[in-house]
Design a protein around this ligand. Structure first.
Ligand code: CDP
Ligand code: CDP
Length: 222
């Protein structure tokens, strides 16, 4: 495809990246790629195998040996070595450990290469932490989506309560801040806005407003 395009959406946890990226992809008929799901899948596998999460060599090898597929659809399914792990990768256990795994340089190298390959094939909206800075530095449009930590925790709490989890909002806010801190302060590909990213603070904005803002900017060639 000659006129292939890519849109990068980065930002902290609970900013609305995946919800918004999915809708933007639908509206533009692009493929949505959730890169966080890939780090979560590797983390799930490492936890199941009781691996030492500080053991960079074993985790890098695990990433190399794993086949992660993102199956497009109204709800994107995540396959880990052909097993559907879509729900399991969102568990509190995986969420609590994923940033420890995602800071390993070798793991990131494997993931970034696969993400770039996916973006070679078709037009994509990709969301994550390092898409605009590392994975797709030449993206046609880059967005850094954020919101206050309190609002992000409230959004996540609503979502988790709907799934039946008991939520302590203070604890959840603390966990979100800790994960953001780890993601923003790691040595390799930290979470930072790309120099040419447009920052959207979605505090107080509806999902529809954020989607419309992004599509408008993409259409204006921003
Ligand atoms: O949905 P949520 O914002 O909670 O997280 P996610 O997008 O599923 O990403 C989970 C974790 O994976 C993040 O906290 C990062 O540690 C890591 N991640 C990353 O390092 N780089 C990416 N491109 C995407 C995710
Ligand atoms: O992918 P990320 O962690 O950035 O966030 P998400 O999983 O897309 O969004 C977290 C929650 O916030 C979801 O339940 C969304 O429906 C909700 N949300 C919202 O209430 N208002 C927005 N403007 C964006 C997302």
């Amino acid at each position: 495809m000659l006129d292939k395009k890519c849109i990068a959406i980065d930002g902290p946890a609970g900013a609305g990246k995946s919800t918004v990226a999915k809708l933007v992809a639908q509206a533009l008929n692009f493929l949505y790629i959730d890169t966080g799901a890939m780090y979560r899948a590797i983390t799930l596998k490492a936890l199941r195998q009781n691996l030492d999460l500080q053991d960079e060599e074993s985790l890098t090898q695990l990433a190399k040996d794993s086949i992660i597929k993102l199956v497009p659809g109204s709800q994107q399914r995540v396959l880990l070595d052909d097993e559907d792990v879509t729900e399991e990768i969102r568990s509190p256990e995986v969420t609590g450990q994923v940033s420890t795994v995602a800071k390993i340089a070798g793991v990131r190298e494997v993931m970034v290469q696969r993400q770039r390959e996916m973006a070679q094939e078709t037009s994509v909206v990709m969301d994550g932490r390092d898409i605009g800075t590392v994975v797709l530095p030449d993206a046609n449009a880059k967005f850094f989506l954020t919101a206050s930590a309190e609002e992000r925790a409230n959004r996540r709490a609503r979502e988790l309560r709907a799934k039946g989890y008991q939520i302590d909002i203070e604890q959840l806010t603390k966990e979100i801040k800790e994960r953001d801190y780890m993601d923003s302060n790691r040595a390799v590909s930290p979470l930072v806005p790309a120099d040419d990213a447009i920052t959207i603070d979605s505090t107080g904005m509806t999902i529809e407003e954020v989607v419309a803002t992004i599509i408008d900017m993409v259409e204006k060639g921003k």
